[in-house]
Design a protein around this ligand. Structure first.
Ligand SMILES: C[S@@+](CC[C@H](N)C(=O)[O-])C[C@H]1O[C@@H](n2cnc3c(N)ncnc32)[C@H](O)[C@@H]1O
Length: 309
């Protein structure tokens, strides 16, 4: 069956791929995965729910030699129950596996292992304690998310990271219930919250939280607040006009008239033009203003700038 997505233009850059992957979450994925890599933490990657491939394409760039990347999605297959069938018809009606694969191969030379079917399939295919990073973003109904969290817990290495999508959106109460239930009853420790996602671990969240707080503190474009809840340190992060990290163009080439430096097309190892997590530089005028204006005025200017985003 040919759908509108199959005939959509080939993506030139990640932002051309339809999906739900805000800049703050791209920054957090990049920071957390790079931190693991810098610390020599190796392990497989798993994503439940890929849609058109936006976050999978991003994750695929972090695949290191010897690691496996597995994704699972229903695509055109039947959903396992009525409620999930309704969810699919409402939100992902025109999705095809072909459209996902076409997008993915625009950025990478090879596909991940693709499991087509309900996310419960992953529990059978993924070896226990083999993954360093699991993104749970398939069905947003309670029973499914509950099962997906169990899959993630079993799949993850001791300090591995799970990301739970839409844990507090108005239209996804089931994810909220499953998420906080996992925190309160199933030993999941929150690392941080973005607007859409909860990042957690069944390991010790303290060291990664400390580094994350320092990273967020150093960025003007990242709001940070810390609270305690039921014995957990809750680190809440917020974008203040944060740009997405640089990501290489696809093999279909750089857009013609874009105000950004050209990155290398079609490779998974192309260099980024700004190191992840680094504060974007201020313009010379802004730098002088910060140096010469009284702090009260500088703070007011910063507040105005952050309100613009
Ligand atoms: C929110 S989208 C994923 C978005 C994607 N991660 C991104 O960043 O663009 C949810 C995906 O989950 C899939 N899905 C829904 N129910 C599922 C189930 N029970 N098992 C596996 N996949 C499912 C849908 O087909 C859809 O592609």
């Amino acid at each position: 069956m040919t759908t509108a997505h199959d005939t959509a233009p080939l993506p030139r850059e990640l932002s051309d791929v339809r999906g739900w992957f805000p800049a703050l979450d791209q920054v957090l994925f990049e920071w957390l995965l790079t931190r693991q890599e810098n610390r020599g933490e190796r392990g497989d990657l798993l994503e439940l729910g890929v849609f058109m491939g936006k976050s999978a394409i991003f994750l695929g760039r972090h695949l290191r030699p010897g690691e496996a990347f597995t994704v699972c999605d229903l695509f055109e297959s039947d959903a396992p129950d009525q409620a999930n069938t309704k969810e699919m018809a409402k939100s992902y009606a025109s999705l095809t596996r072909e459209a996902f694969e076409r997008n993915y191969l625009s950025f990478h030379d090879a596909l991940p292992t693709v499991l087509q079917g309900p996310s419960s399939l992953a529990a059978e295919h993924i070896k226990p304690a083999s993954c360093r990073f699991v993104h749970v973003d398939a069905s947003h109904l309670y029973e499914h998310v509950h099962g997906d969290i169990a899959t993630a817990q079993q799949a993850l290495l001791p300090n591995g990271i799970v990301v739970l999508d839409d844990f507090r959106s108005e239209h996804t109460p089931g994810v909220a219930v499953a998420t906080w239930e996992a925190v309160l009853n199933r030993g999941l420790h929150p690392i941080c919250l973005s607007t859409q996602k909860l990042y957690g671990t069944w390991g010790d969240p303290g060291p990664v939280q400390d580094e994350l707080i320092a990273m967020a503190d150093a960025r003007e474009d990242c709001g940070l607040s810390i609270q305690d809840a039921a014995g957990h340190r809750i680190v809440r992060l917020r974008s203040r006009g944060m740009p997405a990290p640089d990501f290489p163009y696809s093999r279909h080439g750089a857009p013609v008239a874009k105000d950004r430096p050209a990155a290398v097309a079609g490779t998974s190892s192309a260099p980024q033009t700004r190191p992840p997590g680094k504060k974007p530089g201020r313009s010379p005028v802004a730098r002088i203003a910060v140096d010469v204006l009284p702090p009260v005025i500088t703070r007011a200017v910063r507040r105005r700038r952050s309100r613009r985003y």
